[in-house]
Every structure is written in C-alpha cells, then in structure tokens.
Design a protein around this ligand. Structure first.
Ligand code: PMP
Length: 455
C-alpha cells in the first residue's frame, strides 16, 4: 500500500467497524470506479456486488449522472432551503409526485436516511398532537427491523447489534411486534402456501396498543439488515387495513427498497396500497449525494398548516436540506430509469442471476434458501438444511467469506449467515457470472475449512 494511504489507520475511525479488525484487514483504498467495478490505488479490481451500501443504482461514474452534477455545480451548488428554493428541487418534487404511491403529495428534504426516518417519526407524533390525539405517542415496529442509527431511528429498530448498548437512551414506548419469518415459518407454511398467518401478532398488538399508537414503521417486503428477509405484499395490504381501522399512520421506510430494487419502483407498488409517509434515500441520487426525502400524504401536511402563532409548523431542518447537486443527481437518475428502461432490463438480469445461483448453489449442503426480489438475491447459509440451523455467530462466517471474496476481487458484505447480491441495476451477464464464480470460491475457501473442524 502507498505510504500516504497507510495513514488511514492513524487517522480515520471507519463506520460500523471494530477498528482492531483493520490490523489484519487494512482499509482498501479506492482510486476510481466505473460501472460495477472499483479499482484500488494498487490497481486491483473489485466487483461492487452490493452497490456500495445498497445505494449505487446505475453503476459508478454513470455518464448522465456525472454530467448532471457537473452542470449543476457551475450553476448553483447550495443555498439555504428555508424560504428559498431552486429549480432542481421543484422539478424533482414534481417528477417524484408522478411516480410515488398514490396520495403522497408533499416532499420534505433531509440529507441521510436516518434523518428522513427521524422526520417521519416526529411528523407522525406531531400530526396526532395537532389533530386532537395527543395520547398517540407510541410507535410500532417489526422484530429484526432496521431504520437507521440515530437515537429515534434506533428506537424503532429491533436489532440489538446496533441498539443494545444505547437502550437507556432510547424511546422506551416502542412496541416490537413479531414480524414475518418466511424461511423459518412458525406456522409450517411455505412462501407458496402463506396467507400471512403471522399477521395475528400484529392484530394482537394493535388490540392492546392501537389507541395509543402514532404510527407503524416497516421496511416493506425486504428487511435488509436482518439478512434480506423477504415477506409477501399481502402483509402490507393487511397492515394498511389495520392502520386505517385504528387511525394509526403507516410509515414505509423505502430507503433500501426504493427506486427499483424490488423490481418495481417502490416496494409498496407490489401491494397496490399506499403508506401515509414514505422515506427514501440511497438510490434516490444513484448513490452519489447524501440526500433523503420524507414524502407525506396531504392530510399530514395540512395538519401543520396554520398561522405562525399557532406553533403548528414542523420545526425541523438540516443544513443540506434540498441540496441542488443532490436534486440534479436524482433527476438524472429518474430520467435514466425511464429513458433506458432500466427496470425491465434489471428484471431480466434478476432472473438470470437467480437461475444461475440456483443452478450452482441450489444443492449445496450449506445453502438453506436462495431468495430473490428484483435483482436482490440472498443466500442463507445453514449448518443443516433440515433443521435450518445457522452457523454460530462467534464463527463470524460472513466476515470470513467477506475477506476471502475481497482476495478474489469481489465486494460482498454478508449479513451474518446471509450472503447477498444487491448490484447496480445496470449489471450485465458477464459480470454476474464472474461475481458468482468468485462467491462460490470464497464460500468454498471458508466452508471447507469449517467442515474440517466441525462436521
Ligand atoms: N432505513 C433503512 C431501511 C436502511 O437500510 C438504512 C441504511 N442502511 C437506513 C434507514 C439509514 O440510512 P442512513 O444510513 O443513510 O442513515
């Protein structure tokens, strides 16, 4: 590694990392990128099969997105967004309104996913307060849910890995409902025979807490951090109906699923119903710029609209709200999705990827399930296909496979026992083939070692 690059270890505290791990696996310093490929400062190539934290939608350094940002840069780079506005933000809101689930009409900008979730929670709380229901103060989320890592977002998440230490700091009124677990269905159903029997947990918790709930927040159809756990659209339809019955707002966290990741533009599109609030980020700008939006139904916006002295305004801001460069990138992404029929092409690649994975890994003794939505394909590793028991967490199976894949030029970032592909929607067959080959090799490197120790 170059001398200047080595200084990383002296200076930088990387996100979501035990920095001691970097003693044996120093940071990979990337010099440039193109499409699905990253190149480090020593010239080594990596396939970015996880879209760099699920955000890079159209490939790195996409000519149209690059051009849009460069053009915007010479026009207006940033301006305060309170009482000021600009064409890219207005055009973006107009364009988004045409494609977001029906009934969502107002766009509130922030600068990262967790920030958009914080807005959604505060808006829901304040909405009820201002419409005569101050008793609605609680939130409900699903088991194994993830909505970000700021304090409010952590409070409506259910993953101890991120939240355990901070529990004394979190909102203590959150209801954590047992959510769907389709691979290990407690009702003995399969994905084909499921009628969302597990929704009874939600009904039970609504019966108990429904009158004091402000909102339910879900990652629609795919619980990403939980290991790309997938559940059917019927669950969302039932949830919509239940929320309506109890007067509870429904928040769709589409930060990971939005903009074509599930095969449709938004995961809620599969269900044919609309949430009351939707958060988007990540792919919104093609993964280029830190930007997020909390999109809300008209009735929510109207509950904040009054004379200044009523103090009903939503007093929440971020310095970079509505940043013009982010808006320009997002507009270029929307144009490209439409003009180049990206979703149709991604569907074809998704089928190709899934079929290839099933062919190569379907009969592997440690592959319990290969599940798929859109281009997202997840491979769940088990010690035994019958019992579906996973590998013990202390083995850090995912991390071991991650390291082996890096050696082979592939950026995989398994979640526990789940290896997943979530590539740019523009990936081609050749890259898919190479990525699968490298994945299979990395799995073999680790699993063969493991079988010698344990089996
Ligand atoms: N919600 C979901 C569903 C996410 O996947 C993420 C990020 N992985 C977030 C919220 C938080 O977004 P950010 O990292 O931009 O704060």
């Amino acid at each position: 590694m170059k001398d200047w690059a080595k200084k990383d270890l002296e200076l930088i505290w990387h996100p979501c990392s035990q920095m001691k791990d970097y003693e044996t696996l120093p940071p990979i310093v990337i010099d440039h990128a193109n499409g699905c490929y990253l190149y480090d400062v020593d010239g080594k190539e990596y396939i970015d099969i996880i879209s760099s934290w699920w955000c890079n939608l159209l490939g790195h350094c996409h000519p149209k997105v690059n051009e849009a940002i460069k053009h915007q840069l010479d026009t207006l780079e940033h301006v305060i967004f309170a009482n000021f506005s600009h064409r890219p933000a207005i055009t973006l809101a107009e364009r988004l309104k045409e494609v977001v689930p029906e009934g969502l009409t107002r766009f509130h900008f922030s600068d990262n996913g967790s920030g958009a979730v914080e807005c959604a929670l505060k808006m829901a709380f304040q909405y009820h307060y201002q419409t005569g229901h101050p008793e609605r103060q609680k939130f409900l989320c699903l088991s194994e849910s993830y909505h970000g890592e700021t304090i409010g977002a952590l409070s409506v998440g259910s993953m101890d890995l991120f939240a355990e230490i901070y529990k004394p700091m979190l909102m203590d009124q959150t209801v954590h409902t047992q959510g769907p677990d389709c691979y290990r269905c407690a009702y003995g159903k399969t994905r084909e025979t499921c009628s969302c029997e597990c929704f009874e947990h939600m009904e039970k918790d609504f019966a108990e807490h429904g009158s004091t709930l402000a909102a339910v927040i879900v990652e629609p159809l795919i619980q990403g951090c939980a290991g790309m756990k997938m559940y059917p659209p019927e669950y969302l339809r039932k949830l919509r109906e239940l929320c309506d019955r109890y007067g509870v707002l429904l928040i769709a966290d589409e930060i990971a699923t939005g903009f074509g990741r599930t095969g449709k533009l938004f995961a809620f599109d599969h269900a044919g119903v609309s949430p009351d609030i939707m958060t988007v980020s990540k792919a919104l700008t093609g993964g280029y710029m830190p930007m997020s939006i909390t999109v809300v139904a008209e009735k929510i916006y109207q509950a904040f609209y009054d004379d200044y002295h009523t103090m009903k305004a939503f007093m929440h801001s971020h310095t970079y709200s509505g940043n013009p460069l982010g808006c320009a990138a997002a507009l270029a992404v929307l144009d490209t999705l439409r003009d180049e029929h990206i979703l149709e092409k991604a569907e074809e690649m998704g089928n190709y990827l899934h079929d290839a994975l099933v062919e190569v890994l379907g009969n592997h003794p440690n592959v319990g399930e290969i599940r798929r939505m859109g281009l997202i394909n997840a491979i769940e590793l088990v010690t035994n296909k019958e019992t579906k028991e996973g590998f013990d967490g202390s083995l850090r199976m995912g991390y071991q496979i991650y390291k082996k894949a890096l050696d082979r030029g592939l950026l995989l970032r398994p979640l526990g026992n789940v290896i997943y592909f979530n590539p740019p929607l523009t990936i081609d067959k050749e890259t898919i083939d190479i990525a699968i080959e490298r994945t299979v090799q990395a799995m073999a490197d680790v699993l063969s070692l493991y079988s010698k120790i344990k089996i």
